[in-house]
Design a binder for this molecule. Structure first.
Ligand SMILES: Cc1ncc(COP(=O)(O)O)c(C=O)c1O
Length: 469
């Protein structure tokens, strides 16, 4: 056990010395090639031997907690989070009901109130810790369906998203029984924010056609660009047309922890529900996320069940059991690690970390603009910046291929990881910078490494010529 702890501490301490991306090691490759035929022994082995073996098997892939991982939404991790994880797993509370884990329940309830309070929800708001943003969206949308629709309404119900809404939202709508034609994907504006004019028009059109608009999903911190939908305007439309307003703040709700960030989220408290991932910008290990609802009764309506075998474990008090607020019955005490981290680090430092992440994206933008041929496609905001190498001599298609290649080759160096996404139909490089350990040198050296595109340009042109020949 001590060896395990020492080696994990060293792993985190030496993080910057490690490669961000490591391709599969030969042992792992061999196991994959043989359809994962790793043997299970009939007699046990020593813990040391097994630990060493697992370390080796798990040594490939991407280190999402690395200060130079800028791909997807990186997951910087506080050591106090994994310390909290150790406690959670060691105590192994059954956090489904108050009777089994009252202490863990109090911590979870207190955090829900605190996070709801930051968003502007009343003290009596409800919520639940779940495994991630996808589950938070699924939980909130189930509550939205049951609050706004009778079973007979479901066939004519319509949900509204933007073309920047995370894919987990449409997936959740599919899981809870809606089909593609019941989902309106509305265009975003030039700043990748929901176009509220288009939203209102779509709602009116659906009403005129006898459909039942029931939910609008706004995003606070879109995955592609970090953009924040106009929450106040959306809330006004939702109020006038009796729509449930869900805010997917999986990434951006953490801005509530910073003075500057909070102003950007004005209107979030007018929503009916919010998703908020602590494993994105609150330094938590996976999976730690929260679904918040303005009114707790809306979770109870959807998720409360009363089987005979749980009668004796039910709580008599006024607070409902957690298994009545979401899809899971047995669940770990997910709030414990976030509580541990917040208690040790303090909330002020969290705000500073958020501001630092935003500054790093702004620095990346300044650096990119120092080099010829590069353009900013979506300016730095909320710790995300999107850009593209697009010299005039190349066609759009050639630029697309070149930018994909630049991202791949950067990752192959192991020094940093950046992935591409697509904006306005074109491939762009996207940098997400929430890690408080990322420093100016990490940003500047990564951009400098990326900027060796002339040789790539020749390669891409040759490839394109070969394809069209
Ligand atoms: C805006 C947004 N919503 C939802 C999700 C899904 O969250 P998770 O991966 O925790 O399920 C993500 C993930 O990146 C996201 O960025």
């Amino acid at each position: 056990m001590k060896d395990f702890l020492d080696s994990t501490l060293t792993f985190y301490r030496d993080m910057k010395k490690q490669k961000v991306v490591t391709r599969s090691n030969p042992d792992f490759q061999k196991a994959q090639d043989t359809s994962f035929e790793m043997d299970l022994p009939s007699a046990g082995r020593t813990a040391e031997e097994v630990f060493e073996e697992i370390k080796n098997i798990c040594s490939s892939g991407a280190l999402v907690q690395h200060p130079r991982c800028f791909a997807c939404v990186p997951s910087p991790v506080s050591p106090y989070s994994w310390m909290g994880d150790l406690m959670t797993n060691a105590f192994d509370h059954h956090a489904g009901c108050w009777a089994n884990a009252p202490g863990a329940g109090l911590i979870e309830r207190r955090l829900i109130q605190w996070m709801g309070g930051l968003a502007g929800y009343p003290k009596a708001c409800g919520g639940l810790f779940v495994s991630g943003g996808s589950m938070a969206n699924l939980t909130a949308l189930t509550a939205a369906r049951d609050a706004k629709l009778t079973p007979q309404d479901r066939g004519r119900a319509v949900a509204y998203l933007s073309d920047q809404t995370h894919s987990s939202v449409a997936k959740a709508l599919h899981i809870i029984g809606f089909c593609q034609k019941q989902i309106r994907i509305l265009p975003s504006d030039a700043a990748f924010r929901m176009d509220t004019g288009a939203l209102e028009m779509a709602v009116r059109k659906d009403l005129a056609a006898g459909r039942r608009p029931f939910v609008m999903v706004a995003t606070a911190g879109t995955t592609n660009t970090g953009s924040i939908d106009p929450l106040e305007e959306i809330a006004d439309i939702c109020r006038r047309f009796d729509l449930w307003m869900h805010v997917d703040g999986a990434y951006g709700a953490s801005l509530l922890l910073s003075g500057q960030g909070r102003r950007l989220l004005s209107g979030i408290g007018l929503s009916d529900s919010i998703s908020w991932d602590a494993h994105k910008w609150m330094m938590q290990t996976y999976g730690c996320s929260v679904v918040l609802v303005r009114e707790q009764k809306n979770l109870l309506r959807s998720f409360s069940t009363h089987p005979e075998y749980l009668e004796d474990a039910k709580t008599e008090g006024s607070l409902p059991d957690f298994w009545d607020l979401g899809p899971e019955l047995t669940r770990p005490a997910r709030a414990l690690k976030l509580w541990t981290t917040l208690q040790i680090v303090g909330t002020d430092r969290f705000g500073e970390m958020i501001d630092h992440g935003c500054r790093m994206a702004e620095l990346a933008q300044e650096e990119i603009l120092k080099y010829p041929g590069w353009e900013i496609v979506s300016p730095a905001g909320q710790g995300v910046v999107c850009f593209r190498y697009a010299p005039k001599e190349l066609s759009d298609r050639e630029c697309d291929a070149l930018n994909v290649q630049l991202a791949r080759e950067l990752s192959d160096t192991g020094y940093a990881q950046i992935l591409t996404t697509q904006l306005n139909g074109r491939k762009v490089l996207r940098m997400c910078t929430p890690n408080p350990e990322t420093d100016e040198d990490d940003i500047c050296s990564t951009i400098a490494l990326l900027n060796h595109p002339l040789e790539h340009m020749r390669k891409v042109q040759m490839k394109m010529e070969a394809v069209s020949a």
